[in-house]
Design a protein around this ligand. Structure first.
Ligand code: SAM
Length: 235
């Protein structure tokens, strides 16, 4: 994936946190992604749809761009403006109660969103797996804590994250949370290597939340946190 193709969209208006395209790029570097026309991808928690747009440009697949805070109408307008209105389907649903068809998706992608709704021990098996085809794969990139600080996010991060600190889990914690369903053929969680670039491109937007995050970068974000990569291959 060539992130530079999307540089003009890496702005305060479009980014909702550390550069989602850098996180996507790093996931695809470790686990390459391709899908033919006729297959369906779910971009879960897609925000303003930047990653959905990039996935559409990478593949011929239909991209279901699902988000909670951003309306389907708002995203539909952007997808039409970007020329992918036929390929990207905006959806407005809570990830806890999705209503897609069973085994509809060949791929699930979720960037900087999965930690908001999926820390429960049965979430992946009960809320995600039913929608994945046999042979499907999952790419997730989220902020979390480094493995040496596993279990300590609520002690270390409240000054920055307030009551959302509990969402920050380590790669090994996420491995346990995804679980051991019989349908899982392979599961890897790891500390991603896109950390500095994704954060610095967010700070460069000067978004008011980026300015707030930057105040904690040297004291909390850099010492304790990382981006957690999760890849699951379904049997
Ligand atoms: C930090 S934003 C990231 C958005 C986008 N993936 C990106 O990286 O730019 C987190 C997103 O998670 C979504 N989200 C949070 N809770 C959700 C839920 N229960 N169901 C669906 N999406 C949810 C929000 O709507 C929000 O757009």
């Amino acid at each position: 994936m060539n992130v530079e193709l999307f540089r003009e969209l890496m702005t305060a208006d479009m980014l909702m946190g550390p550069n989602s395209l850098r996180i996507l790029e790093a996931l695809f570097q470790r686990y390459p992604f391709s899908l033919p026309a006729g297959e369906n991808v779910l971009d879960l928690g897609c925000g303003k749809g930047l990653t959905s747009y990039a996935i559409a440009k990478e593949t011929q697949a239909a991209v279901y761009a699902n988000d909670l805070w951003i309306s389907a109408e708002e995203n539909a307008k952007r997808f039409a403006d970007w020329g992918v209105g036929e390929q990207v389907i905006p959806v407005h649903q809570d990830a806890n109660c999705l209503t897609f068809d069973a085994q509809m998706f060949s791929a699930l992608i979720s960037i900087d969103a999965y930690h908001y709704f999926a820390t429960g021990a049965t979430f992946f098996e009960e809320k995600i797996l039913p929608f994945l085809k046999d042979g499907a794969a999952v790419w997730i990139g989220i902020p979390g804590v480094k493995d040496e600080y596993a279990g300590r996010s609520e002690e270390l991060l409240p000054a920055w994250l307030g009551d959302e600190a509990y969402m920050f889990k380590s790669p090994s914690e996420w491995k346990a949370i995804i679980g051991t369903s019989e349908r899982i053929a392979q599961l890897e969680t790891w500390e991603m290597n896109c950390f500095d670039q994704a954060w610095s491109e967010w700070f460069a937007t000067s978004h008011k939340f980026a300015v707030g995050d930057q105040q904690f970068f040297e004291t909390l974000i850099k010492p304790y946190t990382c981006f957690v990569g999760i890849h699951v291959k379904i049997k």
